[in-house]
Design a protein around this ligand. Structure first.
Ligand code: ZN
Ligand code: ZN
Length: 570
């Protein structure tokens, strides 16, 4: 039987530390776990590892693998471990902290012995292919008050073909990185003077955002949601009632004081929607009540962990809250799933995964099975398979996560639909039931795109920046061959713009080849080249993204074709 990949990769970390011991005896090994797709090892060394150092380490690792050393383990006493590692304060710290009664073990390959809990390949030769990929700074135990170490990352596989496939995927992901494309296509920026994790949407990015919002809004209208708008800053009192101050304060921005009253930037839209619900009486006949908002929220993230569009400090959720009876839960989940599928299909995501998380036994009440059953039945209704994460649910109630795979096979979590039995009770929400008694409604929180920032980042990478025509910030660029066709180019653009298309004219004095390359790099779906003949005949030469053959058609024909492609969201 093959050694599981995490164990193979952790073994590769030992091999790396062995190679480092041989080549850089001054580097103190600390820890070296397996991670997704690979492994790392953290070293304490005054001098920085260079790319040349990594190449030498990799070559030495290949020799260690080839030598096919057996991985042998033996238990030791704490005193023995402390003595063996006395020159290495990190290992001493680890050995000192292993709880009394737990085994302390050493593992050896060749001439290298490490303090380790175990979980390895039996022989180093089982590592079929490996590569060191990068080096980065990392604090000991992730604590910025502790020493800065050097973390060498690597990847390891059963064979060469797997390694090559993985490296090709990494390269592809690099080409699609939304931070790189965001700058190249002038979509958004993060500004140093404004602070980390706050997104400035440039005109082209804002066009795409507007289209995403329009698309979602239409779906909400069709499903009976009512739009609401709530303030960004509210009194801290609200988050005392909601429990956010108690349970979520570390993720919130600090208080702002005005007239001796403390205010907070909103970290979530729910309490605001609850206040709107609570502001009037509701009969069972009004339910379900569905409030939606593109709600901008602010959450504190350490500046070291913010990342492009996918991890930010301010973002806008396609948020909605549904207040309903327990009997209405299934219908509401069906409506939400239908809406989620509409969104995924339009953006060309396939390969969905639905995960139902239930609440921990300690939190479960008699209403949990009712909600879980409603979610399950709604999924069955659409023939959607799901997996269950027992105990993985939030504090509030059971929830459903929707994951998708993008064009290069990476998995992303998008939507979450959360049942909530807690907040309606905390805010004493009511509806008058048919028997005349007041009852507490169930609340559903749902965001399907999640955050628009993150969704945009995923979409940029999924499309590799080449947005489909309906979503492209510039749908067509009109490129005159020479200055003599400048007027005709403007005429064509004006005609298309008049029909609601997003069109730009290339007004530069560059050579034709240069102009075409520019628009191709901008990933514009259609480049319309116009020369003397096109101007005379009222046509355009269509250079379609991803299509080798060019075709000359009348402006009217092109406009009609583009119209139908946009309507079909192809
Ligand atoms: Zn180990
Ligand atoms: Zn909510």
């Amino acid at each position: 039987m093959k050694t599981p990949l995490p164990e193979l990769r952790h073994t590769a970390a030992h091999v790396l530390a062995y190679a480092a011991q041989d080549l850089f005896p001054d580097a103190k090994p600390t820890i070296g776990p397996a991670i997704e797709n690979g492994f790392y090892y953290d070293f304490d060394r005054a001098e920085a590892f260079t790319p040349e150092d990594l190449a030498r380490l990799e070559a030495r690792m290949a020799e260690i693998v080839k030598a096919n050393y057996a991985m042998t383990g033996r238990p030791v006493t704490r005193a023995e471990a402390l003595s063996i590692f006395r020159g290495n304060p990190y290992k001493v710290e680890i050995a000192s902290e292993i709880p009394e009664g737990e085994p302390i073990t050493l593992y050896t390959i060749g001439e290298f012995t490490d303090l380790c809990r175990g979980g390895h390949a039996d022989f180093t030769g089982e590592i079929g292919a490996l590569k060191l990929t990068s080096v980065a700074g990392a604090y000991w135990r992730g604590d910025e008050r502790k020493p800065m170490l050097q973390r060498i990352y690597g990847t390891a596989w059963y064979d060469r073909a797997e390694l090559d496939a993985y490296l090709a995927q990494v390269e592809e992901a690099l080409q699609r990185d939304h931070r790189k494309l965001g700058a190249e296509l002038d979509l958004y920026s993060v500004e140093e003077d404004a602070g980390a994790g706050l997104i400035f949407w440039h005109p082209k990015g804002a066009i795409v955002r507007g289209l995403i919002e329009d698309f979602i809004r239409q779906g909400l209208r069709e499903r009976g949601y009512q739009p609401v708008v709530t303030p960004h800053v509210v009194s801290e009192k609200l988050y005392e009632i909601s429990g956010h101050l108690e349970n979520f304060a570390q993720n919130m921005f600090g208080p702002l004081e005005v007239e001796e009253q403390r205010f907070r930037l909103k970290p979530m839209n729910c309490p605001g929607h609850i206040l709107i619900y609570r502001s009037r009486l509701h009969s069972y006949r009004d339910l379900p009540v569905r409030y939606s908002e593109f709600g901008t929220v602010y959450r504190y993230e350490r500046s070291g962990v913010v990342h492009g569009l996918t991890r930010v400090r301010g973002f806008t959720q396609d948020d909605a809250h549904i207040f309903c009876t327990p009997e209405q839960l299934q219908g509401e989940f069906e409506l939400t799933l239908d809406e989620a599928m509409r969104l995924m299909n339009a953006f060309g995501f396939s390969d969905f995964e639905y995960v139902l998380s239930t609440r921990d036994d300690a939190l479960r009440t008699e209403t949990d099975p009712v909600a879980e059953d409603a979610i399950r039945k709604a999924l069955e209704r659409f023939g959607l398979p799901h997996s269950v994460d027992p105990g993985g649910g939030a504090f509030y109630g059971p929830k459903l996560d929707i994951n998708v795979r993008d064009a290069i096979g990476r998995k992303w979590q998008l939507g979450t639909v959360q049942v909530d039995f807690i907040l309606p009770a905390r805010f004493e929400l009511k509806y008058r039931a048919s028997d005349g008694h007041d009852r507490t409604p169930v609340m559903i929180h749902r965001a399907l795109a999640g955050s628009l920032e993150r969704f945009f980042g995923i979409a940029i990478e999924h499309f590799g920046g080449a947005f489909p025509a309906w979503l492209a910030p510039v749908q067509a660029a009109v490129v005159p061959i020479s200055e003599h066709q400048q007027d005709y180019a403007r005429e064509v653009a004006a005609r298309l713009t008049g029909m609601g298309r997003r069109v730009e004219v290339d007004e530069s004095n560059e050579k034709l080849g240069h102009k075409i390359r520019h628009w191709k790099k901008q990933k514009v779906p259609y480049i319309l080249v116009v020369g003397k003949q096109e101007a005379a005949e009222g046509t355009v030469n269509v250079n379609q993204r991803g299509v080798e053959d060019k075709r000359t058609v009348s402006v009217g024909t092109f406009a009609e074709q583009l119209q139908s492609i946009i309507e079909a969201k192809k």
